[in-house]
Design a protein around this ligand. Structure first.
Ligand code: T4K
Length: 397
């Protein structure tokens, strides 16, 4: 009899708990989805007039008119000496490694999009992970020297979320050990430090112009280098290695951007400053709205940096906030607020890399802590005040 009563109470408790969970996570169908990002789109009429011009020219790819125009315009906008356009942001990473003849081992970060290390894997280069700085999410320069071996040939840091790496420290280490530096600057479009583009650091920097980025060409990317000779080599490598009609100088690949996307990119360049200004307002509103929420940390703007507000990550401390990161992520999702856990899981947790000695979680405690606590909030130029308030309200609750 006693046992039956206890079981009844247990069932009742579980029913209540389930009902409560349903209440929290019940889909609020009436609320429009707010996605983590939304692409910056050029004016359609203007784009159509560019398309008409392309139709008239009948020149669709292979270093055409708009391709050349966009390279020129981007050099000027980004304040960089040489730029080569690509068809996405992964190929310039792969080509950079070829162009600089990198082999052996490369030191990089586990806290990035997986394309960073896949580029190493495709070049038969061993990935060596080092831990990150929790303030920026970037590779911790203090951890680099201990990871250098006689096989190390390069360092490949990432300016995560557009936060500039400590490029000076990294260059000092690279110079000391005669290493190349390739920056995966996929997130760092338009980011300046002390008035200079962060894209000028290192031997090569690469950009992604994917639809989800601050500046997009639908799919697309670019590589920034510092000499005419290197640009020539890269342009050969992205075009099968062709130097002229009958000469192949290297085992190149096809990484070329076409005319349609170059034209789209030229138009988007006209509005990217306004888009970044709007993003800044979104970041300020989030910071203000969340500043007194215990257990939620936002990243700060860094001194002397012109940020691009590519992402807005928050970090959840379960003990202080009362809910885990995944609880909050699910609650947001149930309210159609579609944040993303960039970058969880860490790259070092994927099966391709998990077996590496440097992928051992004991080597990467900060990266694990950050990856397990992050949610990137919706961040794009089209977010309304109401959207931002909706996001803040759910987190505050
Ligand atoms: N290095 C780093 C550090 C990178 O972050 C990336 C790319 C690369 C290298 C390689 O560059 P790419 O080869 O990709 O150019 C996205 C992007 O696909 C990827 O470019 C990006 N990093 C990564 C961080 O995020 P997903 O799988 O999260 O995207 P997806 O399709 O789930 O889109 C996210 C949200 O964006 C959607 O929920 C809605 C919105 N969206 C997306 C698309 C594609 C739109 O509104 N419209 C769209 O067309 O990977």
């Amino acid at each position: 009899m006693e046992i039956g009563k206890r079981n009844y109470k247990k069932v009742e408790y579980h029913n209540l708990l389930a009902a409560f969970k349903n209440l929290i996570t019940a889909k609020h169908e009436e609320e429009e989805p707010i996605t983590v990002t939304s692409p910056l789109l050029p004016d359609l009429k203007e784009f159509i007039s560019y398309l008409e011009d392309i139709w008239n020219r009948k020149w669709l790819t292979n270093n055409g008119h708009y391709h050349q125009e966009l390279e020129k315009a981007l050099c000027e906008y980004l304040k960089v000496p040489y730029i080569s356009l690509f068809t996405n942001g992964t190929l310039p990473l792969m080509v950079a490694l070829q162009a600089l003849r990198i082999s052996g081992e490369v030191i990089t970060t586990p806290y990035s999009f997986v394309a960073t290390t896949h580029a190493l894997w495709w070049n038969d280069i061993k990935t060596v992970f080092v831990d990150i700085d929790p303030r920026t999410g970037n590779m911790d320069p203090d951890k680099i020297e201990a990871a250098i071996t006689p096989k190390t040939t390069a360092i490949m840091p990432v300016h995560v979320y557009g936060n500039p790496c400590d490029t000076q420290r990294i260059q000092e280490i690279a110079d000391k050990y005669n290493l190349k530096v390739i920056y995966d600057a996929a997130h760092a479009f338009g980011v300046d430090v002390k008035g200079e583009s962060v894209l000028n650091a290192g031997d090569i920097s690469t950009l992604s112009f994917h639809a989800t980025k601050v500046y997009n060409t639908v799919e697309g990317g670019a590589l920034i280098c510092h000499s005419e000779e290197m640009k020539k080599r890269i342009d050969h490598l992205k075009n099968f290695g062709f130097e002229d009609e009958t000469t192949v100088v290297a085992p190149g690949i096809n990484g070329k951007m076409d005319e349609i996307r170059a034209a789209y990119g030229l138009l988007n360049l006209k509005q990217v400053d306004d888009a970044i200004a709007s993003r800044k307002c979104v970041a300020e509103a989030y910071r203000e709205g969340l500043k007194d929420v215990k257990g939620i940390r936002c990243m700060c703007d860094l001194p002397q940096v012109k940020h691009n507000y590519a992402y807005f990550p928050i970090f959840i401390d379960k003990a202080e906030y009362g809910l885990s990161r995944d609880d909050l992520y699910e609650i947001m999702k149930s309210r159609n607020i579609l944040g993303r856990r960039y970058f969880y899981p860490l790259i070092s947790e994927f099966s391709t890399y998990r077996g590496l000695a440097s992928a051992n979680p004991a080597n990467l405690p900060i990266a694990h802590q950050i990856a397990n606590s992050v949610i990137c909030l919706p961040m794009h130029a089209g977010l309304s005040k109401k959207d931002i308030e909706r996001v803040i309200k759910v987190i505050r609750k």
